[in-house]
Ligand binder design. Structure first.
Ligand code: GDP
Length: 480
């Protein structure tokens, strides 16, 4: 079954009751929270005068993947490099030093922007893109989302410190992602460093550098002195040649969101890495569950561009919202298509939340039953209030209601009306939503009904405290 009666009604902008009646006439007994199958939904929708177009995951994905590129269409593209290594081994220093080697001369017009990645040109004319978020989280969280943006990892090992826990972690990540490594032994300017020791330690983790007969390139550098940065870049280019990195620049753009934020003046801003095709100003793109017309493309020097090619990291403006890091983006033919895909993705995302919350969730009745049975040890609460003072007071008051058997946990306490995200939060944590002198948006109310999240409305603090205390004691009478 694919859709609940309520959701179908929502999408047709019809009353749920009317849909139930229509189903009844067709011999299908269903309540508004029940799900019906695609064929039945289509019949009902047709009866309501709608033309039905079914979109399945495969439709969307197929559409998004587009045609496979022929060998002739592929052109060389710059490598995308992530720098990893133990804390304080010099990742940031190396990223800064490498950035300064850029010979493209774009400095004239711009100021270095930290957008999560940058591209440099080396004297040979080759270009290299560096992911500018040191630390392993960015790398792993992207991989967790199925995004692979990195072609190779530069493993930074401080010569005076050797292989440390995060070095080992980095080796594991690179292996898991099946991307080749280049070892940059850093801080060689320091006194009394023992390079052989570093090589032996790497060997213990099956990273065999060339001088020990392996195939991992090892470059000795000093990030602060700028020693051998050219050699490191050459090693990267050599590795890129071995990988034979190519993409078709002459097609609709596809890539991955590296970072995103909500900028006060500019609205949602996403740093994207173009991986296929060319992204042009004016393109309509879908990024995760957001979409928009690309209003501006800005490079890492803050310079506006009209287009961006494979391996180029750029900021884009014009999206409807802030997509998550690691989400894919793709340029599509028109707005209708963009809407279709984002709606589909938003629905999928909601379903995922629902599924994840799954067994744990329940209405207040279930919660009470579990508390009475001693199965539930915590009452989670989401508080929304009309003024800051109330939200704070409620947070404190409710926190004090914790007992040994059952704790009260205020997940979130803020000012404002109740929105869908409050409901999603409550649902994911099996929480009650307390509305103090505020209302819920229509969408939030619908979502709450669908997901079985209880919103309780109050205007007196002690009544809130009273109810939650009863709930903690397993005595609350539910609202019918
Ligand atoms: P990260 O934590 O890996 O990003 O390391 P940082 O780049 O922040 O560097 C940590 C410390 O090591 C800083 O005090 C740097 O100045 C220092 N450092 C980085 N590279 C070198 C180097 O090549 N030589 C020396 N002597 N110190 C360095």
């Amino acid at each position: 079954d694919v859709i609940t009666v309520q959701e179908l009604a929502n999408r047709m902008a019809a009353r749920a009751g009317e849909v139930v009646k229509a189903l009844f006439r067709m011999g299908v007994m269903a309540t508004i929270t029940q799900s019906i199958d695609a064929d039945t939904a289509e019949l009902v929708a047709t009866e309501f005068g709608h033309r039905v177009r079914r979109i399945s995951e495969s439709d969307v994905e197929q559409g998004l993947e587009g045609e496979a590129d022929t060998e002739e269409a592929l052109e060389p593209r710059p490598p995308v490099v992530t720098i990893m290594g133990h804390v304080d081994h010099g990742k940031t220093s190396l990223l800064d030093a490498l950035r300064k080697t850029d010979v493209a001369g774009r400095e004239a017009g711009g100021i270095t922007q930290h957008i999560g990645a940058y591209m440099i040109q080396i004297p040979s004319g080759d270009r290299v893109t560096f992911i500018d978020t040191p630390g392993h989280e960015a790398f792993t969280s992207m991989r967790a989302r199925g995004a692979s943006v990195t072609d190779m990892v530069v493993l930074v090992v401080a010569a005076d410190d050797g292989v440390m826990p995060q070095t080992i972690e980095a080796i594991r990540h690179a292996r898991a992602a099946a991307v080749p490594m280049i070892v940059a032994v850093n801080k060689i300017d320091k006194q009394g460093v023992n390079l052989d020791r570093v090589r032996q330690e790497l060997l213990q983790h099956e990273v065999v550098v060339e001088s020990l007969g392996g195939d991992v390139q090892e470059i000795q550098v000093s990030a602060t002195k700028g020693t051998n940065l050219d050699k490191l870049l050459e090693a990267i280019i050599l590795q890129a040649e071995i990988l034979d990195l190519k993409a078709n620049p002459n097609r609709a753009a596809e890539g991955t969101v590296l970072e995103s934020k909500l900028d006060k003046g500019r609205g949602p801003v996403a740093t994207v890495l173009v991986q296929k095709g060319t992204l042009n100003q004016g393109d309509i793109v879908v990024a995760g569950a957001e979409w928009g017309r690309v209003r501006a493309i800005i490079d890492d020097m803050g310079i506006p561009l009209t287009g961006a090619e494979p391996s180029e990291p750029v900021e884009i403006l014009g999206l409807s919202g802030v997509p998550g890091a690691g989400e894919t983006f793709v340029a599509v033919e028109d707005e209708t298509r963009a809407r279709e895909i984002t709606e589909f993705r938003q629905r999928k995302a909601r379903e995922k939340v629902t599924a994840a919350a799954g067994a744990a969730r329940g209405t207040l009745n279930d919660m009470l039953a579990r508390i009475q049975a001693g199965e539930q040890k915590e009452v989670a609460v989401v508080v929304k209030a009309d003024v800051q003072g109330s939200s704070e007071a409620l947070g404190v008051t409710l926190g004090k209601l914790s007992r040994d058997e059952v704790k009260v946990r205020v997940l979130h306490s803020a000012v404002g009306q109740i929105t869908e995200s409050d409901i999603q939060l409550a649902k994911a944590s099996n929480a009650v939503v307390v509305a103090f002198n505020v209302r819920a948006t229509v969408q939030a109310r619908e979502l709450a009904v669908r997901d079985g999240v209880e919103i309780r409305y109050y205007s007196i603090i002690y009544e809130v405290a009273d109810d939650i205390e009863k709930l903690v004691r397993g005595k609350l009478a539910p609202i019918q």
